[in-house]
Design a protein around this ligand. Structure first.
Ligand SMILES: NC(=O)c1ccc[n+]([C@@H]2O[C@H](COP(=O)([O-])OP(=O)(O)OC[C@H]3O[C@@H](n4cnc5c(N)ncnc54)[C@H](OP(=O)(O)O)[C@@H]3O)[C@@H](O)[C@H]2O)c1
Length: 345
C-alpha cells in the first residue's frame, strides 16, 4: 500500500511524504478497508507536529477520517454477526487514514448513505455527530428557536446550520469572508453576518428585535460556538438561552465571569463528542439514527470543499496547508482514489 507515514515530527504539512509499505494484515476483530477518500482535520496538523493530545508511538500513519470499501471482514465473527460484508461502502474514523488501506474495528465504521460519494462520506463522521449531539441532544433545539452558528462555513459549522434548519430553527450564521457567508446561506442559513466587524452582536440583536416576539426580541435561543466566542455572544442571547462550547478554533480557551450566566438566566453547555463512545454509547446510536433520518429526508447534504480538488495521497500536504491557512470551507477531503476517473476507465 501507499501511505503518509510519520517517522519523526515535522515543521509543517509540506514536509510529509508518501511511501510504499506492506499492506497491513487485519487482526481477528478488524476490517481491512480500501480507502477512497480521506477527510482532513485541524488535529492532523497538530499531530504531525507533535502538538496533539493523542500522539501514537513512531512510526505511525497520519489522518483519521476516511471512506472506502471493505476488502476483508473480521475472522472472529460469523458472516451473520459482522455488520459489514466484503464490498460494502463504509466511512469512519481511526488512526491512519492517509493511506490506500486502513484497518478498523467495527465500532469505528458506519454505512455510506445511499447516493453519497466517498468524498462526502469521508467528512461526515466527526462533523455531523458533533453538531447533532450538540444541538439536539445537549441544547434541545426546537422548532421556532433562533440559533446563532459561529464559523458557520467550517466543518462542524456547516453541519450545524443544516441540522438547526432541519429541526425548524431560524439560523444566523457568522463567517469571516463573503465567500464563506455565501456558502452558509447556500446550506440554509437565513442570515449571514461578518463577525470580523466588532459590532456583530448589535446586528444579531437588531435582527431578533425586528423579527422575533416576546423574550426573543433580546437575542437568540442557542449559540453554537466552535471558535471561542461565548463571552461576547452573551450580549445577544434571549432568556433561557443555551450556549454550546464546541471548540476553540481561534486558539484561545475562554474564561467567563459567571455573574453574567446568572443575570442572563442562561446555560453554558459543553460537548465532548469523542467521549460519548466511552461514557454514553446509547446516545451515539440515537444521534446517528437522527442523522441518517435527516440524510434520507434530503435535509442533510455532504459538505466537501469544492473550490479546489485534492486528488491522490500526494495532495495531502497541500490539502492540510489549505485547511491550516483558513482558506477553505466545509470539509477538506482528499480523493485517495479518483472514483470519477476510475468509473470512466
Ligand atoms: N467538542 C467536540 O466534540 C468537537 C468535535 C469536532 C470539532 N471540534 C472543534 O471545533 C472546532 C472547529 O472544527 P472544524 O472541524 O469545524 O474546523 P474547520 O473546518 O477548520 O473550521 C474552523 C473555523 O473556525 C473559524 N476560525 C475562527 N478563528 C480562526 C482561526 N484563528 N484560525 C482558524 N480558523 C478560525 C474559521 O472560520 P472563519 O474564517 O469564518 O472565521 C474556520 O472555518 C475545532 O476547534 C475543533 O477542535 C470539537
Amino acid at each position: 500500500m501507499r501511505a503518509i507515514q510519520v517517522n519523526e515530527y515535522v515543521k509543517g504539512p509540506l514536509d510529509l511524504q508518501v511511501t510504499s509499505l506492506p499492506t497491513p494484515a487485519p487482526a481477528a476483530s478488524e476490517y481491512l478497508i480500501e480507502v477512497h477518500s480521506a477527510g482532513t482535520n485541524f488535529f492532523d496538523l497538530l499531530q504531525i507536529q507533535g502538538k496533539y493530545q493523542h500522539q501514537p508511538p513512531f512510526p505511525w500513519i497520519g489522518g483519521a477520517e476516511f471512506a472506502g470499501t471493505v476488502l476483508a471482514v473480521p475472522t472472529s465473527k460469523s458472516a451473520s454477526q459482522a455488520r459489514f460484508k466484503i464490498g460494502d461502502r463504509v466511512f469512519g474514523a481511526t488512526q491512519g487514514a492517509y493511506a490506500t488501506h486502513i484497518l478498523a474495528p467495527e465500532h469505528t465504521l458506519l454505512p455510506v448513505p445511499n447516493g453519497w460519494s466517498f468524498e462526502d462520506a469521508a467528512g461526515l463522521f466527526i462533523t455531523a455527530s458533533t453538531s447533532y449531539g450538540g444541538l439536539v441532544h445537549r441544547a434541545n433545539v426546537r422548532p421556532g428557536d433562533w440559533v446563532l452558528v459561529h464559523a458557520a462555513a467550517g466543518g462542524v459549522g456547516l453541519a450545524a446550520v443544516q441540522i438547526a434548519k432541519a429541526k425548524g430553527a431560524t439560523v444566523i450564521a457568522t463567517a469571516s469572508t463573503e465567500r464563506k457567508r455565501q456558502i452558509a446561506r447556500k446550506f440554509g442559513a437565513d442570515y449571514a453576518i461578518d463577525y470580523r466587524n466588532k459590532r456583530w452582536p448589535e446586528e444579531v440583536k437588531n435582527l431578533c428585535a425586528k423579527h422575533r416576539t416576546g423574550n426573543g426580541k433580546a437575542g437568540v435561543d442557542i449559540v453554537y460556538d466552535p471558535v471561542g466566542m461565548i463571552d461576547v455572544s452573551l450580549k445577544c442571547v434571549a432568556w433561557n438561552a443555551r450556549l454550546l462550547v464546541i471548540g476553540f478554533a481561534a486558539g484561545k480557551v475562554e474564561k467567563l465571569a459567571l455573574n453574567r450566566v446568572l443575570l442572563k438566566n442562561v446555560s453554558i453547555v459543553g460537548l465532548h463528542w469523542g467521549q460519548y463512545a466511552r461514557f454514553e454509547k446509547e446516545t451515539v446510536d440515537t444521534v446517528w439514527k437522527g442523522i441518517f433520518d435527516l440524510v434520507a429526508q434530503g435535509k442533510f447534504k455532504g459538505i466537501a470543499f469544492k473550490d479546489e480538488n485534492f486528488v491522490g495521497l500526494d495532495s495531502v500536504p497541500r490539502a492540510l496547508q489549505a485547511l491550516g491557512g483558513r482558506e477553505t470551507w466545509g470539509k477538506v477531503v482528499v480523493k485517495v482514489i479518483d472514483d470519477e476517473v476510475k468509473s470512466k476507465l
